[in-house]
Ligand binder design. Structure first.
Ligand code: ASP
Length: 323
């Protein structure tokens, strides 16, 4: 009797789930960007969601929930109803590194459902024009000769720009003094104004200012040059051999979101990324498209776990202090 009741409940839940999925989406969706407006994650979210709405038939509203390197914005999605109407966009920092730094109050793997891998972005080493170096080697020599640690802008402890900074400290022996912002958009404004010395930023964020000559770029942290900025050398070419870091991004929804809904969001994002107009925008920003065979929800889940295994030991060893 008990068993029959349980089976009936499960059948009802399954039916409810599929009815929910069939009508999905019947009203606007929210995509939570965990960093400031105008920054690299925000830019990717807006381009992507604008095209996803064509497939989904509903608008996707962007909500910027900033602070603590994106961990507050991700928490907002973890606590949302698992119905597909609240999507988390994030990256290596928010969905991997933060788990090793913050007492999050949620589990990045157990409390979220992966949806799809998004483009990745090599970082770019940039400084204020006030620093007189003309090459990466000169920059490193100049930073080493300074009596006090140079200031480096970040989007908070655990963000992409911060992980890149830790990696740079390890590779060069230079001690940085981090200045945390709610995203690299405001950090970039301060870099242009000369309020901070340098930043290891997502290429998509800094590239326009580099082109305008308001900040100086030294190298992209990849083994190949960025097509849209082919005059900037790679770290290998500029003398910091092997210093590679690419910040991949992705979409997640709360755990328990019905599989069919995850599949619908995944299909809309894949269609958006395969749209030539979207690809062109992303490539102009220096973004690299994910391989076609890595676009399933399962592929992102496996990738996220592998990245946790790779990065957590280094981040924990760095013993990052947060307030
Ligand atoms: N992706 C962040 C932003 O959009 C920056 C970072 O992680 O460094 O501001």
């Amino acid at each position: 009797m008990k068993k029959t009741f349980l089976a009936a409940c499960m059948a009802l839940l399954a039916f409810g789930g599929s009815a929910l999925a069939e009508n999905f989406p019947s009203h606007p969706i929210t995509m939570v960007v965990p960093f400031s407006a105008g920054g690299p994650t925000d830019a990717m979210a807006r381009i992507l969601s604008d095209r996803m709405k064509t497939k989904l038939g509903q608008p996707i509203l962007i909500e910027n929930v900033t602070g603590a390197a994106g961990s507050l914005g991700v928490g907002r999605v973890v606590r949302a109803a698992p119905d597909g109407y609240t999507i988390s966009i994030g990256h290596l920092g928010t969905h991997v590194a933060n788990g090793a730094i913050y007492k999050l109050g949620y589990d990045l793997v157990a409390d979220l459902e992966p949806v799809v891998l998004l483009p990745s972005n090599p970082m770019i080493i940039v400084s204020t024009n006030a620093i007189p170096a003309k090459s990466l080697k000169e920059l490193i020599a100049w930073l080493k000769a300074r009596p006090t640690p140079p200031t480096a802008g970040t989007a908070g402890a655990g963000s992409g720009s911060h992980i890149a900074g830790l990696y740079f400290e390890k590779a060069t022996g230079i001690k940085l003094q981090y200045v945390p912002y709610r995203g690299t958009a405001p950090a970039l404004t301060d870099l242009v104004a000369g309020q901070i010395d340098l930043m290891i930023d997502q290429t998509s964020n800094s590239i326009a200012q580099v082109r305008a000559g308001t900040i100086r770029a030294y190298a992209v942290t990849d083994d190949k040059r960025v097509e849209s900025a082919s005059d900037i050398p790679t770290t290998d070419e500029a003398g910091l051999s092997g210093f590679h870091m690419t910040l991949w991004s992705g979409l997640w929804v709360p755990k328990g979101t019905p599989k069919d809904i995850v599949a619908k969001i995944n299909a809309a994002a894949v269609e958006a990324m395969n749209d030539p107009a979207v690809r062109k925008k992303f490539e102009d920003m220096g973004l690299q498209m994910p391989p076609q065979d890595q676009l399933s929800a399962e592929a992102l889940g496996a990738w996220q776990k592998a990245e946790i295994a790779k990065w957590w030991p280094m981040i924990k060893a760095a013993d990052v202090k947060v307030d």
